[in-house]
Structures are given as C-alpha cells and as structure tokens.
Design a protein around this ligand. Structure first.
Ligand code: HMG
Length: 395
C-alpha cells in the first residue's frame, strides 16, 4: 500500500426523512416514563419515512448534494459508486444501479451494493480509500443509507430512524485524511439479523450490546498492532450510534480498559458527534458518518490537524477501528447551515400517523404512491408498476 498518498473524505452530505416522531410521544403511547427514552436510551426524535421515501430516494438526495458541489470535470473522475445498505429494495439489482438513473453522474463507472449490517458504510469507505491509493487520479462516491425498523411495541422500537450519508473519496481530501492503519475483527454472532421474509430486524438486545463492546476492544487492539495511534493521541472519538447511550457505553468501556490513555478526555470528546444522531435515530450504515458530520458541524473550536478515532460496528458481526486527521479546508467543504436546516425543517408526526407510515403503509402494493408527495427533497418513489420501482425528481 502506498501510504505516501493522502486519501480520505473530500465532500460529505447527509439526508434524512421529512418527518419525525418525538420520543416523548412514543413514551406516552407506550405508557412509560419518557426519561427512559430521552436519557436511558439517549434519543429525542426518530426520523420516519413516508410511503414515497425509501433507501433509494433518501440516498439519492444525499448523493446529489455531493454532486452539486462538484464541477463536471470533477464528476468525471468518479470511477466507482458504492452503495452500502441493509435495507435493500431488491435481491438482485443494486441500489447503486437505481442511483445511476437518478443522480447527475456519468455512466462510465462501476456501481454496486455492499452489505454487512451497519458496517457496510465503512466497508465502502475503506475499499474506496484503497482504490484511490492505487489510482490517485480517480475518485469514489460512497453512499450509505438505511431505514431502521423493529417490531412495534418491542424494546428496539425507540431506536428506529432513517438517513443517508454520501462521501466523495479522493486524494488530498479537503475534509479528513483517513489513516492507512486499521484494526478489524469479525465473528459469527446472532445479535441482530433480518431474514429475507421479514420487513423488520430481529435482535437479541443484551447480546448485541456486549458484542458491540467486545468487538470494539478487539478492533482497537488490532489497530494498535497495525501501527495505529493510542487513544491519548486521538483527540476525538466517533462511535457507531444505534442510540446515543450506546456511544456513551463505548466511551466508558474504553475508559475502564485504558484509564491512562483516556485520562485527559472529557465527555465532549465523543458527545458532540451525537447531536445529529439524537435527532434522527439509528441509520445503520450511515450512523457513524452522520456522527462525524455532527462533530465537524457542531464543534466550536477549529478541528484542523486534530485526529479522530472511529469505531464502526455491524452486527453479525464485523468491527473496525481506524483514525483520520481533519484538514485545514474542512469548514469550507461542509455545509453546516444547510445541514442544520435539513433537521430544523422537518415536521413532527402524531403517533397515529407514525404507526401508519412505519407499519401499515409500507407494503407498496398500491399502483401509484401519491400518498403524501414529499416537498423538500429532490427525489421520491412515485410508483411501483409491474414490480418495477419508479422514481421521480421533484426539484
Ligand atoms: P430495553 O431492554 O427496553 O432497555 O431496551 P433497558 O431496560 O436496558 O433500559 C435502557 C436504559 O434506560 C438503561 O440504562 C436503564 O437504566 C435506563 P443503562 O443501564 O443501559 O445505562 N432507564 C431509564 N433511564 C432514565 N429514566 C428512566 C429509565 N428507565 C430505564 N425512567 C435495548 C434497550 C438496547 C436492548 C433495545 O433498545 C434494543 O433492542 N435496541 C436494538 C438493538 C441495539 O441497538 N443494540 C445496540 C448494539 S448492536 C448495534 O449497534 C448494531 C445495530 O446498529 C444493527 C446493525 O449493525 O445493523 C443495532
């Protein structure tokens, strides 16, 4: 591997649904103390997709936002489009192929989908970094998108969410250089899964929390063995966030295991990366990178030259610990105001409408989904004809 070539994230944009449910409303419906969801789980809102929002339309919105920041010459350098999801809409045709028909990209690139639960986004990112290290004139567009759905009235319901992130990976990146050192750990664990016939995930909640923490420790140890920086040289930490309390548990776990390396770190080292996730919920493959965007947008101090440690976890299970250093151009390359507006412009749903959208109207058996056309997004699922999904560009 040519470590002399700096590669990483040159552009990053996110998108989410136009509606959300507050966790106070969910707690009221479940007749429990809202403090359990707000503080025990650490979530305020969950993004809720309407029938015309799916993983393709939400992903297309984020991907097009990245393309909108690029010149036609820059777009022509994209050699590969990688789509990471565990909410695929088809067993054969990839979400990447759908995106090719929607976003302003050229056809001379390879487009495909990757899956390994929430780890898929990181699989895409690291694959993209290695591709650009090998061919520095090329760039890779990585798009990660999921809708997290659990059975109604189960403990997982309060951790639902939906969102996408799109990242352009290039040489000499403006936002963050991703280090070549990384530590991975994979094992066969039944902590969370979704058989083909299910629309919602199945989960062993307690096992999943333990697996997350154990895989994190093994991944970090592997990262150190491979020449990674010890925790005291990582100013910030971004963890996969199924719910924000889980990231707090990850921070506390590392603090207990490595008290000297963690001694100087305050809660701010990881909690700024939680601000967006708290408002959106679990976005599986996109969650870690929405956390990164939250840190870049919301940290008051200049992060230039500072190093971020990342832990990516995908149930089943695969983990990876890696790091990256923030570039001096990052503030010009991210759209902080637009990101904050995307969250502020959303609409709150009643509990009954949430139940309709999340559980009753998601079979898409209607010929034309003009249920509640989305207004603020570029793309929507307009219909399903003859089992073919039809998308349309709204803006
Ligand atoms: P639960 O069992 O109902 O919750 O569901 P609990 O009883 O464990 O309570 C949760 C916390 O709330 C506890 O705090 C309580 O003390 C506290 P903790 O001990 O954990 O610090 N609490 C209160 N706090 C304040 N006021 C109150 C109150 N009452 C209780 N009144 C569970 C929790 C996580 C199991 C459930 O939400 C679930 O199954 N979620 C889905 C699975 C999940 O997210 N697992 C995380 C690790 S696996 C992962 O990250 C991968 C994943 O993203 C999928 C993928 O890879 O694709 C999920």
């Amino acid at each position: 591997m040519n470590k002399a070539i700096k590669v990483g994230i040159n552009r990053i944009e996110f998108s989410t649904t136009e509606n959300y449910l507050t966790l106070e409303k969910l707690a009221e419906a479940h007749q429990i103390d809202p403090a359990k969801y707000l503080y025990g789980i650490g979530q305020s809102k969950m993004a809720v997709p309407t029938p015309d929002e799916d993983t393709i339309s939400i992903a297309a919105n984020a991907a097009q936002d990245v393309l909108n920041t690029m010149t036609p010459e820059e777009v022509n350098t994209i050699s590969t489009l990688i789509f990471a999801t565990e909410t695929g809409v088809d067993q054969s045709k990839s979400g990447a192929a759908y995106l090719m028909g929607l976003i302003d990209i050229h056809p001379n690139c390879r487009a495909f989908e990757v899956k390994q639960a929430c780890y898929g986004g990181t699989a895409g990112l690291q694959m993209a970094c290695d591709m650009v290290r090998a061919r520095p004139d090329e760039s890779v567009l990585v798009v990660a998108c999921d809708i997290a759905r659990y059975q109604q009235n189960t403990p997982g319901e309060c951790t639902q969410g939906a969102g996408a992130v799109a990242m352009l990976i290039t040489a000499d990146p403006d936002i963050i250089e991703i280090d070549a050192e990384r530590g991975c750990y994979s094992a066969d664990i039944m902590d969370f899964w979704r058989p083909n016939q299910f629309k919602h995930a199945l989960v062993d909640g307690e096992l999943s929390k333990d697996a997350y923490l154990n895989v994190m420790t093994s991944s970090y140890q592997g990262y150190l063995v491979n020449g990674g920086k010890p925790l005291d040289q990582l100013e910030w930490l971004c963890f996969h966030q199924p719910f924000t309390k889980m990231a707090k548990k990850a921070f506390e776990h590392l603090s207990a295991q490595y008290p000297e390396q963690m001694a100087d770190k305050t809660d701010a080292a990881y909690s700024i990366s939680q601000q967006y996730g708290r408002e959106i919920g679990n976005t599986y493959t996109a969650s870690l990178y929405i956390g990164l965007l939250s840190l870049l947008d919301n940290a008051e101090q200049d992060l230039t030259g500072q190093t971020i440690g990342f832990f990516s976890y995908g149930s089943g299970a695969v983990g990876e610990f890696f790091s990256g250093t923030v570039n001096k151009n990052y503030r010009h390359a991210i759209n902080t105001l637009a990101n904050q507006q995307k969250l502020a412009a959303r609409t709150a749903l009643s509990y009954d409408t949430y139940c309709q959208y999340m559980y009753q109207l998601r079979d898409y058996d209607q010929a034309n989904i003009r249920y509640n056309p989305t207004s603020g997004s570029n793309f929507r699922l307009a219909a399903i004809h003859d089992n073919k999904r039809v998308y349309e560009r709204v803006l």
